[in-house]
Design a binder for this molecule. Structure first.
Ligand code: DC
Length: 220
């Protein structure tokens, strides 16, 4: 099985780039952020205070998360309910960022993530895929962009969905999430030593995808 790890901060275009590259190369695309979002959603549903790790850990045994892969995308099923859309709100993003800092949450999701790479050729996107989940991945890419360009893209994406968002608020959320993701003790966001860094600040989506596909083809 071939595995490609694509890590990087929120909003660098990882999921779009990874999904399209996977389609082009015939690989299965796995968005691991969705798993953390699903745990965040489970906490929201059950009124759990995510600043209390012990309360979050208590609900894990009763939390069943499945990914259904179809049409090159994935649906996230939480305890039998499709939560793919609701895990994309700003509230769910922040909650996911908080729960993802809890070591017990990370170990809960580790085997699940590794099992995907055992059964298919995958492009997996996340924060710690190249460093922790698949340290032996065949290709490791760290996709990044300036926080301002990530906030601009995110504001535009939300507007396209009819959600009016304030650029400055989106930017401050991105900076806060970057800080949380890169300063936690367990599996912080950082490039693997053997990763190739792709900065998409000055690249169009098409150029970013081409660059990623070229890197993968080159390495395989
Ligand atoms: O990629 P995303 O924005 O959907 O991820 C949601 C949150 O989950 C984000 O704050 C970082 C965290 N995450 C993580 O800690 N490790 C991963 N492999 C993927 C996501």
């Amino acid at each position: 099985m071939i595995s490609v790890a694509i890590d990087g901060p929120a909003g660098a275009g990882k999921s779009t780039v990874a999904k399209l590259a996977a389609n082009e190369l015939g690989f299965t695309y796995i968005d691991t952020g969705a798993l953390y979002r699903a745990i965040g959603q489970a906490c929201i549903d059950r009124g759990v205070d995510v600043t209390k790790p012990e309360d979050v850990l208590k609900i894990l045994p009763g939390t069943d998360i499945r990914l259904i892969l179809k049409d090159g995308g994935q649906r996230v099923i939480l305890n039998g309910r499709d939560v793919s859309d609701e895990i994309r709100t700003e509230r769910a993003s922040m909650t996911a960022s908080v729960v993802s800092a809890i070591p017990g949450v990370r170990s809960f999701l580790l085997d699940l993530q590794r099992s995907f790479a055992k059964s298919a050729d995958v492009i997996m996107d996340g924060r710690d895929i190249g460093t922790v989940v698949l340290p032996d991945a065949d290709v490791k890419i760290f996709l990044t962009a300036s926080s301002e360009s990530r906030a601009e893209r995110r504001t535009r994406q939300l507007a396209a969905k009819g959600i009016e968002a304030d650029y400055n608020e989106v930017l401050s959320d991105i900076i806060k999430r970057d800080y949380n993701d890169s300063h936690r003790d367990t599996a912080p966001l950082k490039p693997a030593e053997d990763s190739i860094i792709v900065d998409t600040t000055e690249l169009t989506l098409k150029q970013s995808i081409k660059r990623v596909i070229d890197i993968i083809r080159d390495k395989l």
